[in-house]
Write a protein that binds this ligand. Structure first.
Ligand code: 13P
Length: 275
């Protein structure tokens, strides 16, 4: 595997935090503190903050290459779905979208079937998808973590087609491995566990026929990532960055995380043969 083929990505999931009043300023502060051209940066605020974040980033020189993402999307284009937001509605507001976050699997009872439909729709509508997968604590303790994640990948992505060209662009599909027991708990997985899971994820992507056998698909780690814990994950060549929750609301933390990610990105670039 040649990790240099894959980008290094730091995405912030702001979850249900910030308001339209303060989100733009926070986004710009983070953009200025994380100005690293080698790292793909993405901020995913709540729906109502997408426009202020987009506008604030566009107006600041440090913000113009920061991607904006939604935290969810509906699988239908339009219809009688009170409170929902479709992919066409996100056009011009977001270029990325998180799909299948464990908090939505838990709270909105999203099934792998729903998630599969959302991934297809989001890709059809030109969004870059960050698909979240991860096991529960009891599943890990019972030794089933890899089986669970393998099943999620196969069900969530079955029938999803990604042309070689889109895949080669690097970020149409990103998988975030987020062990549920590590989210918001201060407890992280070990780097080598995350790396092993990245192997499981890429093997499943290969079986599904994704271009490059999954080697072209970035795999991120998520779950209590901070500037202190990111190193363990980025030391693993199979991990391509992080999906950051709580720490993504703190500019100091994001500065540390992205600075560490930039070291990995530069090392990968230097390891790539020219041409
Ligand atoms: P925390 O970083 O707060 O644990 O959240 C992780 C997460 O769920 C990112 O999507």
């Amino acid at each position: 595997m040649i990790p240099a083929m894959r980008p290094v990505i730091v995405a912030g999931n702001w979850k249900m935090h910030t308001t339209p009043h303060d989100a733009g300023e926070l986004a710009v502060t983070i953009a200025r503190r994380t100005h690293e051209p080698d790292v793909v940066r993405v901020l995913c605020p709540p729906y109502v903050c997408l426009a202020p974040v987009r506008d604030a980033l566009a107006a600041d020189p440090a913000g113009q290459d920061v991607g904006v993402g939604a935290q969810n999307v509906h699988d239908h284009l339009a219809g009688a779905y009170t409170g929902e937001v479709s992919a066409p509605m996100l056009r011009g507001l977001a270029t990325w979208v998180i799909v299948g976050h464990s908090e939505r699997r838990r709270d909105a009872h999203e099934t792998d079937e729903h998630i599969n439909a959302k991934v297809r729709r989001a890709l059809e509508e030109g969004l870059r998808v960050i698909l979240c997968v991860g096991e529960q604590l009891d599943e890990r303790e019972d030794g089933h973590a890899e089986t669970v994640v393998d099943r999620q990948i196969r069900r969530d992505l079955e029938g999803v087609e990604l042309s070689h060209q889109r895949a080669a662009e690097g970020t149409w599909l990103t998988v975030a491995y987020e062990p549920v027991w590590a989210i918001g708990t201060g407890r992280t997985a070990r780097g080598d566990d995350a790396a092993r899971m990245a192997g499981t994820i890429r093997a499943a992507l290969g079986d599904l026929g994704l271009p490059g056998g999954g080697d072209l698909t970035p795999v991120l780690y998520g779950g209590s990532v901070t500037s202190a814990s990111i190193d363990e994950f980025l030391a693993e060549p199979s991990i391509d960055g992080a999906l950051v929750g709580g720490a993504s609301l703190k500019p100091d933390e994001m500065a540390g995380i992205v600075a560490r990610a930039a070291l990995t990105a530069r090392a990968r670039r230097e390891a790539t043969p020219p041409g």
